[in-house]
Write a protein that binds this ligand. Structure first.
Ligand code: 8OZ
Length: 373
């Protein structure tokens, strides 16, 4: 419950989990898991950042079909689940909490990453005008996504079960404190939500209710699998990422959060504006306060997490205005001690973009903390 004097550094309960502060490390794709298996270097990277109230893992594929980029981790094969254990154990030993972001990319993929070189799957056979990152001989290469095929309705329950299985792997085996359903940034669930990518004529396309059906089925299955207080969801109502587009996002997302209110979710995570870009898009206006009010008015009690382009002043402002949690993405890449820097009002290190995606320790675990300077 936000109180009048809440600051970024106050502890807060999310679901049944006690967080040391309200600062969250947003999910960040780093492409350092060859064969989709997490590494010791990843454990070091997350542990360096464990002073965040909550860490959200990089997007993690629930199946090979859900893979869209080279060297991103998974949660569907035993060695992947085993590979996450040292990550969660090490974060916990450092006093941190970590959720795993569950990811199916849908059409944002390439045949070279799919089982048997198959076409990627999507609500409809509409190509995403976007690129994926393939790593060729260690060099990240932006590559056009492949033409997807439309999923048949009979295939959908299987994908829903796959989300639930990955959630169980995350929480019951790998040691995560919870999972975040990635329904943002133009990936499979967002593709179903938005009319630009969903031209279906069955129960999963057309009306708002129909386009929201698939994500709500996933939420149902994942909350049944691991308990709603361990489940968050990420939404990006207007981001143009990965060719995401809906002509009328406000009623769509107002409806969705009202439906989400019935689940006792840990949190709802909203990317305001263009992911990693401007917070305001003149051609895509959106009322985020209205969205939060719609959730609360429908009885939603989860923490409200705000993300995108925040600095200290803006983070304090959104908490004052009613957000419970604030998520920082790119600042956490170059600032493992971001919480301390925010506390002291110190400058942030600049990230090196050339090492965002792929590579080793350079630009990953070698950023300086204040103490070491
Ligand atoms: C950047 C590069 C690759 C993937 C997202 C998972 O936008 C991503 C992603 C970001 O949510």
């Amino acid at each position: 419950m936000p109180h009048l004097t809440a600051t970024l550094f106050d502890p807060v309960h999310v679901g049944s989990i006690a967080l040391a502060n309200r600062i969250v490390m947003a999910p960040l794709t780093r492409n350092r898991a060859p064969g989709a298996v997490p590494t010791a270097l990843m454990a070091e990277y997350y542990t360096q950042r464990a002073s965040a109230g909550l860490l959200i893992s990089e997007a993690t594929a629930i199946s090979q079909q859900g893979q869209g980029y080279s060297d991103v981790p998974g949660l569907y094969a035993e060695e992947q689940v085993e590979g996450w254990k040292p990550v969660t154990h090490s974060v916990h030993a450092a006093g941190g909490k970590i959720f795993c972001q569950l990811w199916h990319v849908g059409r944002v993929s390439h045949t070279s990453l799919q089982p048997h070189g198959a076409q990627p799957v999507a609500p409809s056979a509409v190509v995403a005008k976007t690129k994926t990152v393939l790593i060729n001989d260690g060099v990240p290469t932006f590559t056009d996504t492949s033409e997807p095929r439309a999923l048949q309705a009979y295939e959908l329950p299987d994908i829903v079960h796959t989300y639930a299985a990955a959630a169980r792997n995350a929480v019951q085996t790998a040691g995560f404190d919870g999972v975040e359903i990635h329904a943002a940034n133009g990936y499979l669930l967002d593709q179903f939500l938005k009319a630009g990518s969903n031209q279906r004529r069955d129960d999963f396309g057309g009306s708002i209710e129909n386009r929201a059906r698939f994500v709500l089925e996933v939420v149902r299955a994942v909350t049944d699998a691991v308990g709603a207080p361990r489940v968050g969801i990420r939404l990006s109502p207007v981001t143009p990422s990965n060719d995401a587009f809906d002509p009328d996002p406000q009623p769509l997302f107002d409806y969705l959060v009202r439906e989400l209110a019935a689940f006792n979710l840990a949190y709802v995570h909203i990317v305001e504006g263009a992911t990693g870009g401007p917070r305001e898009l003149p051609d895509r206006p959106f009322d985020y306060t209205g969205l939060r009010r719609a959730y609360r008015a429908a009885g939603g009690k989860g923490a409200w997490m705000v993300n995108n382009g925040l600095d200290k002043a803006l983070a304090e402002q959104v908490v004052k205005e009613g957000a419970d949690l604030v998520a920082f993405g790119r600042p956490f890449i170059a600032n493992p001690d971001l919480v301390e820097r925010l506390r002291r009002g110190s400058a942030f290190n600049e990230g090196d973009r050339s090492t965002y995606y792929g590579g080793g320790a350079k630009g990953y675990t070698d950023y300086p903390t204040l103490g070491k300077r």
